[in-house]
Structure formats: structure tokens, C-alpha cells
Design a protein around this ligand. Structure first.
Ligand code: ATP
Length: 233
């Protein structure tokens, strides 16, 4: 359903992505792992329309997304949670969540809010608390919850483990699996390869702006090159 086809992209004269191709099927959880600077965030920015591709195409359900503006891409059901989470710190948890529903009618928002509270009960408990007073893990859950308020068909997570302990990272990644199980496709970009491969249906290893390896999560986690380069084994 999401097809990224031979994308080249970068910043000014600096080309970061070269011939980048991969896909995410309906209801799949796909991880993209790679070292710092491999181009993971840049890939998500191209899909979200935050930067333009120099060549290649992004298609969604066969429809071309390349060239559309970010708000148009959100309306196609593709929502990104950025690495820095972009929460409104002084606003409450609930207010942050409601803002995520800007593309939708207010009647739909109430049902969605209930679903987010079921997925992350801590957000219900803290709904009147300012977002900035929450822990790192709770803020990540809030950022994901806010993205879900837009009722995405494809949720893209940029390094959700940033700043989190391995235990909290598991909590967040388990939530990503639940989201997948509820029928939303998930594209997870992570430097933390061990955990990202463990939960993925399929995965890609990104090196120097292009796909170097692909396979199922367990296949890649067992690959000697991946073990040496990314799993510290
Ligand atoms: P990270 O874990 O650091 O986020 P990444 O795989 O997501 O790694 P990108 O953020 O896509 O990598 O960055 C790839 C390269 O692009 C890096 O060398 C980075 O310095 C450069 N880069 C990223 N953003 C910009 C920008 N706005 N302007 C210029 N160069 C950038």
C-alpha cells in the first residue's frame, strides 16, 4: 500500500538518499533500522512531504504522493510522530490529544479519545496534567496518542526509543504492535536495532541512504552482518 520507489533526496546540494526503495503492506509493522545519519529521518520527511524528492516516487494505494504538501498527505491517512515529539508543553494531555483530531469531526474525536485512553491508560489518569510535567515515556505515548487521534491508516514513528530506558522502549513498541493489530499499518524508524527487529513483521537495514538488507524481523536479527554492525554481538 505504501510504495517508496527509487527515491533520491537531500538538503540543498547534499544528497542523502540514493535509489531508496521499500514498501509497507496493509496491516504490517515494518522497521527501518540503521546507524546515526543513515537517512532514516530523511526518508520519513520525504514520505510526509516535508522535503521534496529529487527523483523517484512515493505512492499510496497506487496514488502518487510525491509533490503533495504535508497537510494533503495527512488527509491520505499518513501521520508521522517526530523524534522530538512536538508536544504543546503547557497544555494538558487531553488538549494535546484533541489537537491531533484537527482533520476530523468533533463527534469522531470522542470515540478516538476513548480508544487512545484504552491503549495508554496512563494518559487517562493524567489527562488534566500539563504535557511538560510527564516523563519521557509518557510524553512518547502522548505523541503517539495524538497521532492516533487523526485516525491514520499508516502511522510513522521516528525513533520512539530516544531518551527512553529499554523497559520503557518495550512498552512503547508493544503499543506499536497493538496499533498494528488494530489494523493500522506502522512504519518504525529506529537506531535501536535489537528491539525494532524483534517486533517487526518485516524490516530494512539502511546504509548511506539506501536499503542494504531486507527480510523478516527474525531473519535480519539472525543475519551475521546485522549482528556485527547493529546488535553489538
Ligand atoms: P539520526 O539517528 O541522526 O536521526 P538518521 O538516519 O535519521 O539519523 P537523518 O536525520 O536522515 O539520519 O540524516 C541524514 C544526514 O542528513 C545526516 O548526515 C544529517 O546531518 C543530514 N541532515 C539531516 N537534516 C538536515 C538538514 N535539515 N539540513 C542539512 N543536513 C541535514
Amino acid at each position: 500500500m505504501l510504495e517508496v520507489d527509487n527515491i533520491a533526496a537531500g538538503y540543498g546540494k547534499l544528497q542523502i538518499l540514493h535509489d531508496m526503495s521499500f514498501h509497507v503492506g496493509e496491516g504490517e509493522l515494518v522497521s527501518v533500522v540503521g546507524a546515526n545519519g543513515a537517512g532514516k529521518t530523511t526518508t520519513l520527511r520525504v514520505i510526509s512531504g516535508l522535503i521534496d524528492a529529487l527523483s523517484g516516487q512515493v505512492r499510496y494505494d497506487g496514488e502518487k504522493l510525491t509533490g503533495l504538501r504535508p497537510h494533503q498527505i495527512v488527509r491520505h491517512g499518513i501521520v508521522q510522530v517526530s523524534e522530538d515529539r512536538d508536544l504543546f508543553g503547557p497544555m494538558t494531555v487531553e488538549e494535546n490529544l484533541i489537537l491531533g483530531a484537527w482533520t476530523r469531526s468533533s463527534s469522531g474525536a470522542a470515540a478516538e479519545l476513548e480508544r487512545v485512553f484504552e491503549l495508554f491508560p496512563i494518559l487517562r489518569e493524567r489527562r488534566r496534567q500539563a504535557a511538560q510535567t510527564m516523563s519521557g515515556g509518557q510524553q512518547q505515548m502522548l505523541a503517539i496518542g495524538r497521532a492516533l487521534m487523526a485516525k491514520p491508516r499508516l502511522l510513522m514513528l521516528d525513533e520512539p526509543s530516544t531518551g527512553l530506558s529499554p523497559k520503557l522502549t518495550w512498552d512503547v513498541l508493544k503499543a506499536a504492535q497493538e496499533i498494528r493489530d488494530s489494523g493500522v499499518s506502522v512504519l518504525l524508524v529506529e537506531q535501536n536495532a535489537a528491539q525494532a527487529l524483534a517486533i517487526a513483521d518485516r524490516a530494512y537495514v539502511l546504509e548511506s541512504g539506501t536499503v542494504a538488507l531486507e527480510g523478516s524481523g527474525p531473519e535480519l536479527a539472525g543475519d551475521e552482518r546485522v549482528k556485527k554492525a547493529y546488535l553489538g554481538l
